[in-house]
Design a protein. Sequence first.
Length: 278
Amino acid sequence: MKFIELKNDKITVTLCSLGAAIYRLIYDNNDMMLSPINEQDFDKEGVFYNKTIGRVTGRIKKDNKIILHGGPHGLCHQEFNCVKEDNKVTFTYVSLGDESSNEGTLKIKVIYTLIDNELITETEIIPDQKMEASLTNHSFFCLGAKDINELSLKLNSDSYVIYDEKLLAKGKEEIKDKYNFIEFTNVMKYGDIDNYFSLKENEVLLQSNKYQLKLITDYQGVHLFTDYFPDGVKTRLTNIDHHRALAIEPQDDKTINLELVTNKVVKRTSKYIFSKII
């Protein structure tokens, strides 16, 4: 693992070559994202903290097996090449067809750029043949809070994905105003969440008592996960091992065929803008 730092007078972000990840992000001298205290915990199987996920996000069925986030040979477990230039770090990796029984070769580029109080992420993927592929960053946000009950969320969504008994996406269900899914006054208001929400607008707001995150993305939606699975990893700010942060994963629609066209570049951009609540 190699760690690379980007820093200005607002934000210090430590990136990691393993999984082209965000290892730690500090704004106003506070941790904004869930970060393991022990660097070696970052390499554990099933630990997805702030890593690039793929070749296919979420759960898919492959050869009669359920594979989560690319499986044991997914992108989050791969060592990326990296180059730093001024306020930008570019990670590159070539995913070969024999990884996790995938077919074809996928060229991957993940770019992080730090500008003022914004961290911008850009992904580019190029397949050498038709294939199924979709990437995300499995970002866990705490915004300086010690547990998830201190967080509130706002998004404009008209539908969410429903799943079968094996947690595979099987369709979408309309969101009705009476359920108040557009604005959570508290992230845990409706209990634990592990769902994909389509976005009518490309903006998501997350707040703690002191800070706000504005996410602007050109993905079709976001997957939300309330960190309800204890993983035994010690993280900064808290001694608990679950319900510490909210994962917000920008993704394209899980119910639409994700098959890519040969040699066609697919690009996605997300901006994470941090500010103080006055």
